[in-house]
Structures are given as structure tokens and as C-alpha cells.
Design a protein around this ligand. Structure first.
Ligand code: PBG
Length: 327
């Protein structure tokens, strides 16, 4: 009797055979590029903890979006860095707020050539750095925050966002935003809910990118999810879908592949996963030391996120990986 009886290696003989049989594909169209725009900047500002990422001016933002679109990346997720912050985060919904100005410029240049998504939260705009209104007792108040999210949703939709993406993890935020959009004549604007967003230590570099420090050394564990819980993520997702989310997201991505896979099983709406700043920075730092092959690890991680069941991946590698995939 021949031994071994089953030869798995027959199908690994050549690149073309392996490509033909690959179960998972990664293409630029699977990627969403998070981009930062800074109010009052006269030149793009590098973010030291995110090598290759900058805080854009409106002009450089529009150029970068056009470049990404040329590479086949279909969408961007926009974050703003305002010049002034206050307790409510009022620049988040100001007509001349940094994101609203940028959204109008993007839509003017790109029309419908690209899907323009806007992160919908208050933390970049509040002087205390929390994602909602802070009460006298120091806790973030859920329901008054929802009223502010509704204002932000309308401002972003009025400015031309195709998709708004609430990331604050307040209860009922999707329903409040959907109602505001519909009431404001924006029934075509879609909601991508950061449904299962964990209180993660991997957001550190992002907070550098948006100049956010949480007051008093605080954290977001009172509203973001505990990373020890997977079933709870499924409840969050189910609630957001019931409230009208068109698409849902798991965040972070690589550290939460089990959650991505479970959500994929549980719902049929499009599923995104966010390869977050810390996940990106770790690859960049190891690559800079010559310890890993950065582009190869990046592609491997993004493929893993798709293999787990995500339809799209938000990643700071979008441009770099789109270039690799095109080569
Ligand atoms: C909140 C928000 C955060 C990220 C995206 N939206 C930060 C946070 O929750 O503290 C993190 C993204 C990343 O780390 O890449 N507006």
C-alpha cells in the first residue's frame, strides 16, 4: 500500500495551480482607506506613530482620494482634526467644520466615482476626548449624545457623505441616526455601523493622528466592548441590524478574527473589519527593524481578515497594498 495515501502537495505544485484553487482573494476593491484631514493645515503633516500616514490638507486629501481611486480602491473613511475643541464637540456638526468642508471638496472632485464614508463620532471634537457628552459624575451620557450624533449625521449627509459610520458605541445610535437622516431627506445615505467595537489598546497611534487624549487618563470601557466577550458582539450586531444598519463592522480586525467569523455566520448584511492603527503600526515597526517583510505580512493579514468572512477591510495599508496587487 502506497504511503502516504493522500498527497495534498499535488495541488501546490505551481503558482498557477495554487492561484486557480485559492479559496480567498484580495483585491483593491476590498479595501477602504481611512484618511485624516486637518483644519488649518497648509501642508500634509506626517503622523510619527503611523509611518506613511499623514494629516491631510483639503487639497492633498482630494488628491490622495483620486490616487486611491485610480488604484482601484473604491472607498475612503474620513476623519477630521479640528482646530478648536469644546465640551460638546460642536465642530463635528458645524457647516464649516473640517469634515464637512472636506466632504464637499471630495464630492465636487469625485462625484460618485468613489464611495465617500465619514466616521461619525465626537471624540476628535471634544476637549475631554470622549465619544459623547460627559456628565457631572464623569460618565458619558447616552441619550443626550444621540441627539448630537443626529446633528452630525445630518451635517455629514448635507455635505455629501454617501455613508456615515457611527463609531461611538452609544446604545441606540443607529436608530437615532437613521431617523435623523430619513427626516432630513437623506434616505439614500447608508449607515455602516461600528457594531462590535472593542475597548482596545490598539487604537493608540490613531489617537496621535487625531490629536485625542482622553481626559484624566480615562478610557472608553464604559461604552466600547470588553474584549473578553464574543457573544456580546453578536448581540451588538443584531441590535444594529434591527435598528437599520446597512452594513456592520468589527473592530479591530486581526486580533478579533473569531468575532469576524461569528458575525459572518450570524448576519447577511455586508461585513467590514477595521485593521486598526496599532495593527498597522506593529507591522511597520517590525518591518523598519528588518524583522519581518512588511508588505508580505500586510497582505497575509488582510487575506486572513477576508478568509474569516469580511467583505471589506478598512486599512492604512490600502494604497500600499493596492499598488502591490496591481504590480
Ligand atoms: C473613534 C474612533 C477610533 C478609531 C476609529 N474611530 C478611536 C477610539 O475609539 O478611541 C480607531 C481607529 C484606529 O485605531 O485605527 N472616533
Amino acid at each position: 500500500m502506497a504511503f502516504p495515501q493522500t498527497r495534498m502537495r499535488r495541488l501546490r505544485r505551481s503558482p498557477v495551480l495554487r492561484d486557480m484553487l485559492a479559496e480567498t482573494s484580495l483585491s483593491p476593491k476590498d479595501l477602504v482607506a481611512p484618511l485624516f484631514v486637518r483644519q488649518g493645515a497648509d501642508a500634509p503633516q506626517p503622523v510619527p506613530s503611523l509611518p506613511g500616514v499623514v494629516q491631510h490638507t483639503t487639497e492633498s486629501l482630494v488628491k490622495e482620494a483620486r490616487r486611491l481611486q485610480g488604484l482601484g480602491v473604491p472607498a475612503i473613511m474620513l476623519f477630521g482634526v479640528p482646530e478648536t475643541k469644546d465640551a460638546q464637540g460642536s465642530q463635528a456638526w458645524a457647516r464649516e467644520g473640517v469634515v464637512q468642508v472636506a466632504l464637499r471638496a471630495l464630492r465636487h472632485e469625485l462625484g460618485d466615482d468613489m464611495v465617500v464614508m465619514a466616521d461619525l463620532c465626537l471624540d476628535e471634537y471634544t476637549d475631554h476626548g470622549h465619544c459623547g457628552l460627559v456628565r457631572a459624575d464623569g460618565r458619558v451620557d447616552n441619550d443626550t449624545t444621540l441627539e448630537l450624533y443626529a446633528r452630525v449625521a445630518l451635517a455629514q449627509a448635507d455635505a455629501g457623505a454617501h455613508v456615515v459610520a457611527p463609531s461611538g458605541m452609544m446604545d441606540g445610535q443607529v436608530a437615532a441616526i437613521r431617523a435623523a437622516l430619513d427626516g432630513g431627506g437623506h434616505d439614500e445615505v447608508a449607515v455602516l455601523a461600528y457594531a462590535a467595537k472593542f475597548a482596545s489598546a490598539l487604537y493608540g497611534p490613531f489617537r496621535d493622528a487625531v490629536d485625542v487624549t482622553i481626559a484624566g487618563g480615562g478610557d472608553r470601557r464604559g461604552y466600547q466592548q470588553d474584549y473578553r466577550n464574543r457573544r456580546e458582539a453578536l448581540r451588538e450586531v443584531a441590535l444594529d441590524v434591527a435598528e437599520g444598519a446597512d452594513m456592520v463592522m468589527v473592530k479591530p480586525a486581526v486580533t478579533y478574527l473569531d468575532v469576524v467569523a461569528a458575525v459572518r455566520q450570524a448576519v447577511d448584511v455586508p461585513l467590514a473589519a477595521y485593521h486598526v492603527s496599532g495593527e498597522y503600526a506593529m507591522v511597520k515597526a517590525a518591518a523598519a527593524n528588518g524583522w519581518v517583510d512588511g508588505p508580505a505580512v500586510a497582505v497575509e493579514q488582510l487575506v486572513a481578515v477576508k478568509r474569516a468572512g469580511a467583505d471589506m477591510v478598512l486599512t492604512y495599508f490600502a494604497g500600499e497594498v493596492a499598488e502591490i496587487l496591481a504590480a
